[in-house]
Structures are given as C-alpha cells and as structure tokens.
Design a protein around this ligand. Structure first.
Ligand SMILES: Nc1ncnc2c1ncn2[C@@H]1O[C@H](COP(=O)(O)OP(=O)(O)OP(=O)(O)O)[C@@H](O)[C@H]1O
Length: 614
C-alpha cells in the first residue's frame, strides 16, 4: 500500500479563522506552543498505555514511551516526537483539518461573543496543535498509527489555506512534528532555550521528556510529597501544568489521610471562571489517580457537579488498580473518596472566608454561581454550603456583604425566622414598601438580587433551624409595635376593608389591616404558597402562553392619612372613593412588580385628575 499519492486538502473555515488569529494576533506567550505539542504527545502515549491493556497487535510494540525533542540550529528546525497512538489518513484529516474537538470550538465561540482580546483568551484556553504556526512557517507531521497495518504518512502545511498528505517511508509509530521556524523565531532551535521551556511548562508530564539522551522533566507526583517540601512556585507550576492554565491558583488544598481510606489530594481553585465569560459548562477536571497511575483525567460523579471549577489531582492507593472509567461509577470506594474530599474543600472555603474575607469576596464575585448551585443541588453539603453564601442586607452598607451565620448573630432574641426579599437591586428593593415594618422593628432583611437567588432560597428552606421567610409574601407574623399617629377604629377599619373587598372582587384574596406599614397606605402581598413576581417574570419569559391570574392579599395602613380620608369618602363621595380604591390597588401591584395591564390605570388617573381640578 505505498502509493505515493499526494492529497491536497483545504482547511475547514473555522480552522482558517483560527490560524489567521494565531499567526496575526497572538504575539505574547508564543512559547506555549511547545507545551501544547508536548501535552498532545503525552495524551497520545497515555492512550497507547490504555490500549496495551486490551490490544495485542500494536505496531512497533516495545519502543519506549517518551517525548523526544531535537533542535537543529543550522537548519532552523525543532522536532518533537512521541510514540503514542499516531494517526491514520482519515484521522489526520479529521483531527488536523477540522475542528472536531470541543476546546478549540468553544475558544472561538467565547472569542466571538465575549469581546475579550484573543491575547487574554489564549492564556486560558490554548489553541492546541495550531499554536505551532505561531512560530513556524511550515509544519510537517510524520505519523504512523498504532494499528499493525498503519501506513507511514506525512502531513505538511504552511498554515495558510490547506495541507497535503503523502505516504512516507521509515516512520515509526506515533507522531513526529517538524517545525520549520520563522526567521524571527529561530530561538526555538536553540537547545538551551527549549530545555528551559520544558522545565517551565512541562515539568510534570507523565512521560520522560528527552533532549538527546538527557531527561529534562522530573516526572514527580507532587501530591505525594510532604507539604513542607513544596514551595509556592512549585505548586503554581504544577497547577499550571495540570490545569493547562496560565493564571495563579487563588486557593489550594493539599490534603493527606490514611484512615478510613488512604487519600492524597492536591486541589486548586483557579482565579478565572470561564463559565462567566460565556463559555459552555465546564467538565469536571480533578483527575483521579491510583498510586500515581492516571485512572481518569475527568471523572464524572467523583465530586459533586458544582465543583467542576476545581482543578487538581486525587490519588487513592485503596482503589483497585484495575478500576476502569466504567466501573468507577458504581464503586462505593470512589464515592467515599468523593465525599471525603468535598467536605474538605468546603471546609477549606469556610476557613479561607473567615481568615481573609476580602479575598473570599473577590473569589465569590466570580464563582458565586457554583456555590449557589451547590446549595440547590448538593443535599449532603447543603448546610455547610449555605454558610458560604454572601449577600447584602438592610443592615449592610455600600457594597459590603454578610453571611447567614453573621445575620443570626444580629437577630433579635425572639426572632424565629430569617427575613429576605428578592429584587433586582438594592435601590429597587429599598424603594419598595415591604421593608418599612421590618426596619421599624429593627429586623434585618437579606437582599437577594441575583436571578438564581430565589431558586436557591427555595431549596434551602431554612438555616440553623430558622425558616427563610420572604417579606413580600403574606402570612408573616410580626410582633406588635408602638406606631405613632391615630388610627381608624376597628369598626371603621373593618367597614373600609369590606368596601375595598367589594370593589376589587376576585382580584384580591383578602383585604385586611396590617402591621407592616409605616409610611405607605397599602401593600400587596403574594400568598405564601404563590409564585413571587420574579418567578412569574421568569415563567413568562420561558413560556409565552403562560397564564396565571395574579391574586394578592392587600394590607391597608389604618394610620395613613389617605386611608382615613378614604374611609370617610366611601360614604360621602362613593364615586371618587371607587376611583381612589382602584388606583391604590394598582399602585400596590406596581410596587410589587405585578401590574400586568396598565390601560385601566391610565384612564382612571385621568378621571381622578379631572375630579381633582374640579
Ligand atoms: N501527538 C499526537 N498524537 C496523536 N494524535 C494527536 C497528536 N497531536 C494531536 N493529535 C490529534 O489531533 C487532535 C487535535 O489536537 P489539538 O491539540 O488541536 O487539540 P486537543 O489536544 O484535542 O485539545 P486541546 O489542545 O484544546 O486540549 C487531537 O485531539 C488528537 O486527536
């Protein structure tokens, strides 16, 4: 099968776009191309190692699994060779000519809709193989697949519009990439420069990286070493290697235990959250090892899903060595490992948040959605996670935040509930009539302003034995308090309530005098079990046919001037009283964000104004 045909191909449009970006816009961090290529080499050898367990007929079996790097200053070339699984003709087209893998695709998508500069983005996502064209004006990929009859091939491209594939002689299994360096990138043909790069970026690759017959990297399982023997720099470079990241980890947890199970874990919290930058949902990225052997780089179901932003390694010597990715799922031992580590991670956050609240606040600004997702979905850790929530309240100032445990330290002795209100921001919340009664009584109200908060409180339900109670809902029992001013008598109040109930008919469930109001005449409350305005807005956005009649409890303030006048007017000027009543209800609905149709409101206002002007 050694037909010396030359196949010419053009790159898929997205690849051309990517290449254009790589060659023309990305100037910093060019040196990362080496890390990308070594990492591909290592991935491929990892795959071969897995195949060795199940396949007998492997091409060139027995050649050492290592990365071999050769520099040639005179020719201006750099060569990176591995002995991994290699590629067939079809795989070359598929892998190096189209965007088949998710990393690059989401990189391009994020770039499109985030307005971020590519320079920033590349640091976080890498562009894999194509980064070779940052430094080379021609790239050749010699390859032979691991399959016994795999043919020797060479893929050649100048990274502009397309590539060629030809048969090649004398190719061993794996991939050999030859970079013809650009004139201004010849530094990468110098052995010292390349050696330094390997030490910087690829020190922890799981296979030997050789330059000539010298091994450059350490191949060290940092997580098994003693904490006291590891410097911050070593941690950082391990994180960057393992997470393929360029940022600094903001927190880390290095944890070892012997009983009940032997676990060594090294977990990092990155400083950036790609999901916030419009990237798709992340995959879990804390790798599972057993005695330094990688079992699964992205184990699902090991840690709770909300922890997918964490990076690092968990190694347990107690796991059976032959555990596979498939059987992992049902292993009680794996579950146990996951439980121990998640508890530890949460404890770490708690400790860090107490130790350095400002730093935690900065973390929370970027990663809060994960914590909230945890509260809503991770039942086993819900209470511990609830302590990590932060929010503003009627007692915080500026953009300071507080926590549930802090709230409880300020709570009144007899207070058996935690009060909250949902709204879009502090200003909107504070302009609403719902806080009056709570302020007056010195009760703190939490402000939940993130779109997901309502869902989070709903699933939390209570904290430390105290129910979370919405102040915009009915049925909140408040202590009596001395309020200034004369009020309508009980009889007058009852008569007015009857009158109003009669006016409003089905629009309200009930009308009664409330203890909540200080400065406002009326307030509309959603019944305890009803949807809140925010929830309704969301349902309406999701389903255009969504219909649900708004019915509210209306509380009136018998001390308010307007209410007192209305009580008189209902007998003296029934016509005006009816107009005022209708308007009061609309005002209350408006303040609650529940007024759906303002046509009546406007015409009623017009009549009222006409009456006022005589
Ligand atoms: N040394 C290699 N040996 C075998 N296959 C390779 C090698 N290098 C690249 N490939 C194939 O080419 C594909 C594309 O590589 P590329 O580096 O662009 O992306 P990736 O490694 O899949 O993803 P990312 O770099 O974003 O993590 C790989 O998925 C792999 O199938």
């Amino acid at each position: 099968m050694s037909e010396a045909t030359t196949e010419k191909h053009v790159f898929q449009a997205e690849i051309q776009q990517l290449l254009d970006l790589v060659v023309h816009s990305l100037y910093t961090d060019r040196e990362i191309f080496l890390r990308e290529l070594i990492s591909n080499a290592s991935d491929s050898m990892e795959k071969l190692r897995h195949l060795e367990g199940t396949e007998k007929d492997i091409q060139d079996a027995g050649i050492p699994l290592q990365v071999e790097i050769t520099t040639d200053e005179e020719a201006g070339t750099l060569t990176i060779q591995d002995h991994g699984i290699g590629m067939t003709r079809e795989e070359l087209v598929e892998n190096l000519g189209t965007i088949a893998h998710s990393g690059t695709k989401s990189f391009l998508e994020a770039l499109k809709d985030s307005g971020n500069s590519p320079e920033n983005m590349i640091g976080q996502f890498g562009v894999g193989f194509y980064s070779a064209f940052m430094v080379a004006d021609e790239v050749q990929v010699y390859t032979r697949s691991w399959r016994q009859n795999g043919e020797g091939l060479v893929w050649t491209s100048d990274g502009k519009s397309g590539y060629e594939i030809e048969a090649a002689d004398g190719v061993t299994r794996g991939v050999k990439i030859v970079l013809k360096l650009k004139d201004d990138q010849k530094e990468y043909a110098k052995e010292d420069r390349v050696k330094h790069l390997v030490e910087t970026y690829s020190n922890f690759v799981g296979f030997p990286v050789m330059i000539g017959d010298k091994r450059i990297n350490e191949v060290e399982a940092l997580w098994l070493k003693n904490k006291s023997e590891i410097s911050d720099d070593e941690y950082k470079s391990f994180y960057q290697f393992q997470a393929k990241a360029f940022d600094e980890p903001q927190y880390r947890l290095h944890f070892s235990a012997d009983a009940p199970i032997e676990i060594n874990a090294l977990i990092f919290v990155p400083s950036e959250n790609p999901e916030r930058m419009g990237m798709q949902k992340m995959e879990p990225a804390v790798a599972l090892y057993c005695k330094k052997v990688l079992i699964d780089p992205e184990p699902k179901n090991l840690l709770p899903e909300w922890m997918r932003f964490l990076k690092g390694v968990i190694d347990s010597a107690d796991l059976p060595l032959n555990i596979s990715r498939e059987t992992m799922q049902d292993s009680a031992l794996v579950r146990k490992v996951g439980t121990v580590i998640s508890k530890r991670v949460i404890k770490m956050f708690e400790k860090e948040s107490n130790g350095d609240p400002d730093k935690y606040r900065a973390f929370y600004k970027k990663f809060d959605r994960f914590i909230k997702e945890g509260v809503a979905t991770d039942f086993a850790n819900r209470d511990a996670l609830a302590k990590l929530l932060r929010f503003e309240s009627s007692m915080t100032e500026g953009d300071a935040v507080t926590s549930l445990p802090e709230y409880l330290t300020r709570a009144k002795e007899e207070q058996d509930a935690i009060y909250y209100i949902v709204g879009s921001n502090r200003e909107q919340i504070e302009a609403s009539p719902y806080l009056e009664a709570f302020k007056k009584r010195g009760l703190e109200v939490i402000y939940f302003t993130d779109a997901v908060d309502e869902y989070v409180v709903d699933s939390l339900g209570e904290f430390d034995g105290k129910k979370l109670v919405s102040v915009s809902k009915g049925g909140v029992d408040l202590e009596d308090t001395d309020l200034d001013g004369d009020a309508l008598s009980e009889d007058e109040t009852a008569a007015l309530c009857d009158f109003l109930k009669n006016e409003f008919g089905d629009k309200v469930t009930k009308v009664e005098a409330g203890k909540r109001l200080v400065d406002s005449p009326v307030i509309a409350l959603t019944p305890q079990d009803a949807m809140t305005p925010q929830m309704r807005a969301m349902m309406k956005a999701m389903d255009e046919n969504f219909k649900d009649e708004v019915k509210v409890d209306l509380e009136i303030n018998p001390r308010h001037e307007l209410i007192k006048k209305l009580a008189e007017a209902k007998d003296a000027q029934p016509e005006v009283a009816a107009l005022v009543a209708g308007q009061l209800l609309d005002n209350a609905l408006m303040a609650a964000g529940l007024l759906e149709d303002a046509r009546d409101t406007v015409s009623r206002m017009n009549s009222l104004m006409a009456k006022a002007l005589g």
